[in-house]
Write a protein that binds this ligand. Structure first.
Ligand SMILES: Nc1nc2c(ncn2[C@@H]2O[C@H](COP(=O)(O)OP(=O)(O)OP(=O)(O)O)[C@@H](O)[C@H]2O)c(=O)[nH]1
Ligand SMILES: [Mg+2]
Length: 456
């Protein structure tokens, strides 16, 4: 069966690159060897075929039927200095859906082909303009909805993340080379490569891989919104806090205990970090079936949260609240809990050990809480972002690479022969390579680019 290979088949592709729908302007992008020739055949104005790269031209787009579809601008990019590395023309059209549709259809009649999802970016990858991690960064950049997500995507697109990984890969290659040296000399019974040095090298690399993999929980949260659950007994002020954090009357607040039953979620950005706040049903023993279902949901959300804000009600009995808190904290040591004592306008400040004092009525303590939230969400990691993993595929590859390297280290420790160990090191190298695309398969590429939109 003939394999269809994108970017090498010489076809020119076309798609609307701006968001679907009507806008002030819409951009139609054509990429491929004949992109300029194809658009020029519809162009009334200065010749695009004679135009220099990176120049903009005003003219008329005339259809094959002879109708002027739009008066518009064409930007010409010549290979290899374009996003895809091929010839590109971007038409800046008036944004009507009709114009967009007609121009794309007309370009197809003139020999272009409708682009597949992510095909522009895929071509950029095939032509060496971007590596895979950078290409995925482009998708993240387009989807970024907070400053932190934007910063992460930006550094990934610029290649900082890839460079960090390339360094790891080089070290792994060096490691394999040292092992091979040992192999070469083994026949002469010379313990050439010092194994303690190899062990140090493996340990250092493993620590680095583990650190990268561990950054994923922060990275994914920063990209998609850090999940923060608000918990406590009924009437503690959970819904009041949700509304305060969102600056909106999202949840019903009442003095009837058990008001909130379902979980209520919404996102808000604090200092550039996107949070997903989740208000829950108050925790208590009850015979009410529906309330109990709500409490089950609350507990499930709490277990999966990155951060739980636990509100203590100082006007209610203390012991059962501490008991409930203690149970959760001991069962979920990985979830960070911020202890808040609510209704601060009603009581004097509690001892510090009980938690930070807040009043949902006056807003007292809100700024401190917001600072604690952003510090927790970004805490402990390089402020340069580039060593934070945000992508599930990368995370998986790092885990697998770490597993292989761990086997290599165990092999060194139990004095296995170098060729066994080298096999594990090669596997570790392979998995790192799949992140940047040094190693790819068609299935992998398909999987990545099908998540892109058409036109990207
Ligand atoms: N004075 C004062 N009243 C508060 C404060 N926080 C909440 N309240 C009041 O306490 C009552 C319960 O508040 P909610 O926010 O509904 O409490 P909840 O934790 O969501 O309660 P459930 O949904 O029943 O679990 C309401 O009457 C609020 O106005 C506060 O800081 N100060
Ligand atoms: Mg509530």
């Amino acid at each position: 069966m003939e394999q269809f290979e994108v970017g090498i088949d010489g076809s020119s592709i076309v798609a609307v690159a701006t968001a679907p729908g009507t806008g002030g302007i819409a951009v139609v992008r054509v990429s491929g060897k004949d992109a300029i020739k194809i658009v020029d055949s519809a162009w009334k104005g200065a010749s695009l075929e004679k135009a220099d790269s990176h120049t903009v031209h005003l003219g008329k787009y005339v259809s094959t039927a002879g109708d002027v579809l739009d008066e518009c601008v064409a930007t010409v990019f010549r290979a290899p200095n374009s996003f895809t590395g091929e010839n590109i023309v971007e038409l800046g059209l008036h944004g009507s859906r009709w114009i967009q549709r007609e121009v794309v259809a007309d370009l197809i009649r003139r020999g272009a082909r409708g682009a597949d999802r992510g095909e522009f970016t895929r071509r950029a990858f095939m032509n060496g303009r971007l590596d895979l991690a950078q290409a995925e960064g482009v998708a993240d950049l387009i989807a970024a909805s907070s400053k932190a997500a934007h910063a992460l995507a930006m550094s990934q697109t610029r290649g900082a993340f890839s460079r960090g990984l390339e360094e790891v890969r080089e070290k792994l290659v060096e490691f394999a080379a040292l092992l091979e040296l040992e192999l070469d000399f083994s026949e002469e019974d010379v313990e050439f490569a010092d194994r303690s040095r190899l062990k140090e090298l493996a340990k250092g690399l493993l620590a680095r891989l583990d650190r990268l993999a561990a950054s994923y929980s922060s990275g994914a949260a920063l990209k998609e919104g850090v999940p923060v659950v608000i918990a406590g007994i009924p009437n503690a002020g959970k819904s009041s806090l949700l509304n305060l954090l969102l600056g909106d009357d999202k949840a019903i607040v009442s003095d009837i205990p058990g008001t909130t039953r379902d979980t209520i979620e919404d996102t808000a950005e604090i200092d550039g970090v996107l949070f997903r706040f989740i208000d829950t049903a108050g925790l208590r023993a009850t015979t009410d079936t529906v309330e109990n279902l709500g409490i089950d949901r609350a507990r499930a959300k709490m277990r999966r949260a990155r951060i739980v804000i636990w509100i203590f009600d100082p006007t209610a009995e203390e012991a059962p609240q501490e008991e409930e808190y203690g149970r959760f904290a001991s069962e979920n040591p990985d979830v960070e809990v911020i202890r808040v004592v609510g209704k601060g306008d009603k009581i004097p400040a509690p001892p510090l050990s009980k938690g930070m004092l807040m009043s949902m009525k006056s807003g007292e303590g809100l700024d401190t809480l917001r600072q604690r939230l952003t510090a927790s969400a970004t805490g402990g990691y390089d402020p340069q972002w580039e060593f934070i993993v945000t992508n599930a595929r990368h995370y998986e590859a790092l885990l697998r690479s770490g597993e292989a390297l761990r086997r290599a280290l165990e092999g060194l420790e139990s004095n296995l022969s170098a060729d066994f160990i080298a096999q594990d090191v090669r596997e570790a190298t392979h998995h790192i390579g799949t992140i940047t695309g040094a190693v790819t398969t068609d299935t992998l590429l398909h999987h990545i680019f099908q998540n892109f939109c058409i036109g990207k």
